[in-house]
Design a protein around this ligand. Structure first.
Ligand SMILES: [Zn+2]
Length: 63
């Protein structure tokens, strides 16, 4: 099951989507993205909480 987190849920206007095989992989990709794109030095606890709550099962490919 692929898990994903849409950055737009945390940063309105951003269309980055992190996907991974589990939540920790998604969080790792999100953290890297937040640091490089949103200039976050560190992920604050409340941001991480929000991010984890926003992770969901990736929608099946629309074909
Ligand atoms: Zn973003």
């Amino acid at each position: 099951m692929v898990r994903e987190l849409r950055c737009a849920d945390l940063m309105p206007g951003c269309n980055f989507v992190a996907q991974g095989k589990d939540d920790s992989e998604v969080m790792k990709k999100t953290a890297e993205h937040a640091k490089s794109v949103h200039k976050m030095i560190a992920i604050a606890m409340d941001v991480e909480k929000k991010a984890r709550a926003s992770i969901r099962d990736a929608a099946p490919a629309a074909t």
